[in-house]
Design a protein around this ligand. Structure first.
Ligand code: ADP
Ligand code: MG
Length: 392
């Protein structure tokens, strides 16, 4: 059972909230997308309304343990100030005497944003001394950053050894949604897995195979399965070393009586570029000098029909090189099919979420999972250190 902030007495307390403010910045330091900041508001408002003072901490980018001014969280503080409608103080660092003093001066309703946690190598090393210093700033710890929960870092795991630890609302929703897929999903349960590589997602493929009724495979990773079926894939992205894994997964699916659907036709071109005339071919007709860059119309129909019959759907990984317009159709059609499902739907993965936004369908999905790596590890059945520490 997850310990959450629901009903927690925080009146007059200093609450350290680990948020995920790893937002995309453009070259002049402007925030390109504030989704993650907005997503933190329910937890922050709940705590503020109950008389807490907040100390917010996050990482931004990969400064690798050094101070990198371009990766400062200052621009985030300005954006948060506006969204929250109250002042947000910025600390010069995340630990140290001055930060300690700033934290001690906080009154109920005050908000202090610490500087990038990863300016210190001790954060990712989960150094106990560093974690203790973070803990010493506050009375209570709240984690609302699911995207880093698969890493045992000082701010995601270590700190919870020193002060009482709870899950925020974002963390709670993420875990409950993913858990719903693993425990007692309404059937039929269909998983649609695409994206670049089999090697990235073997664990998920294996674990989901035990739970789903049908597994639909598209995108670059489908090429490795086609190779395993003895089709030629020309210059397509594929992982010949993983053909045995693909073979094993197909055999397992057959043994367990699960449907495993692969592309029957593909959109091919000589390169994933605009201007290369795309063509549709059957899967046994991929020329040696061409690449499969999207699923074809027959496959889209096959997949969409299967998805339409489902009561639970998990989708991760685009069906093609959706970044390039001529190869986007398959992904958009699958997005539409998932959005139309009469049941519970979850979409996860950085690129899949981008594709969903492109299709304008995010609001039609039951749960859009923000933590790419963390959601995959969760669905692999692994225990996430940042989640475990929040459980009773
Ligand atoms: P997610 O971030 O949703 O987990 P991945 O990172 O696994 O997804 O995969 C996304 C990438 O896969 C995209 O950049 C896309 O261009 C690429 N991709 C999908 N299909 C193909 C394909 N047929 N050939 C090459 N790349 C592909
Ligand atoms: Mg990705």
């Amino acid at each position: 059972m997850l310990r959450t902030i629901e009903g927690l007495d925080v009146q007059g307390k200093r609450v350290f909230v680990r948020v995920d403010y790893n937002v995309p910045l453009d070259d002049d330091g402007k925030i390109r997308d504030d989704t993650r900041i907005r997503a933190s508001l329910p937890t922050l408002k709940y705590l503020l309304d109950r008389g807490a003072a907040l100390i917010l901490a996050s990482h931004l980018g990969r400064p690798k343990g050094k101070v990198v001014p371009e990766m400062s969280l200052r621009p985030v503080a300005r954006a948060l100030e506006e969204l929250l409608g109250r002042p947000v103080k910025v600390a010069p660092d995340c630990i140290g005497d001055e930060v300690k003093r700033m934290a001690e001066e906080l009154r109920p309703g005050d908000v202090l944003l610490l500087e990038n946690l990863r300016f210190h190598p001790e954060e990712e090393e989960n150094d106990p001394g560093f974690a203790k210093k973070l803990a010493d700033l506050a009375d209570v710890y709240v984690n609302d950053a699911f995207g880093t929960a698969h890493r045992a870092h000082a701010s995601t795991e270590g700190i919870a050894r020193y002060i009482p630890a709870y899950a925020g609302f974002l963390m709670k929703k993420e875990i409950e949604s993913l858990r719903k897929l693993l425990e007692n999903p309404e059937r039929p349960f269909v998983a649609v897995i695409g994206g670049a590589k089999v090697s990235d997602k073997i664990g998920v493929l294996r674990n989901l195979l035990d739970r789903v009724d049908a597994l639909l495979i598209g995108g670059g990773m489908a090429n490795t399965f086609l190779l395993a079926q003895k089709f030629e894939v020309g210059k397509s992205l594929s992982e010949p070393d993983f053909v045995p894994v693909a073979t094993e997964i197909m055999a397992e699916a057959a043994k367990k009586g699960k449907d495993l659907l692969l592309p029957e036709d593909l959109v091919i071109a000589t390169a994933p570029k605009v201007g290369e005339p795309p063509r549709v071919v059957a899967r046994d007709r991929i020329p040696a000098d061409m690449m499969a860059l999207d699923i074809g119309p027959k496959t889209r129909k096959l997949f969409s029909t299967k998805i339409g019959q489902a009561r639970t759907v998990f989708w991760n990984g685009p069906m093609g090189v959706f970044e390039v317009e001529p190869f986007r159709g398959g992904t958009l059609e699958i997005a539409a099919a998932v959005a139309a499902v009469n049941g519970f739907t979850v979409v996860g993965g950085g690129d899949s979420v981008v594709a969903l936004e492109m299709a304008g369908l995010s609001s039609k999905i039951g749960h859009v999972s923000t933590g790419g790596g963390a959601s995959l590890e969760f669905l692999e059945g692994k225990e996430l250190p940042g989640v475990k520490i929040l459980e009773r």
